[in-house]
Design a protein. Structure first.
Length: 82
């Protein structure tokens, strides 16, 4: 299944704060996840949003809503699950 990607304003702000090369790498992995959630995707337990995509030391926190991936935050792994 191919998903549409919606990036929330907080995630856009997170991406803008990163160095451009890291932000490009994160966006490339998000594009790969559009195809059947490919990549290092894991469903989280007792956490909202319910999925995470691992990109090196960065975590993309998102949810699946029908045929859409809604990206809520992009955070460093040390702060992602607080």
């Amino acid at each position: 299944m191919t998903y549409e990607v919606e990036i929330r304003p907080a995630a856009v702000k997170d991406l803008d704060a990163m160095s451009p090369d890291v932000a490009q790498r994160v966006l490339a992995k998000i594009e790969l996840a559009r195809n059947d959630l490919a990549g290092n995707v894991k469903r989280l337990t007792n956490f909202t949003p319910e999925y995470r995509l691992r990109v090196g030391d960065w975590r993309v926190l998102f949810e699946v809503a029908g045929s859409r991936i809604v990206v809520h935050r992009v955070m460093h792994r040390s702060k992602a699950y607080e």
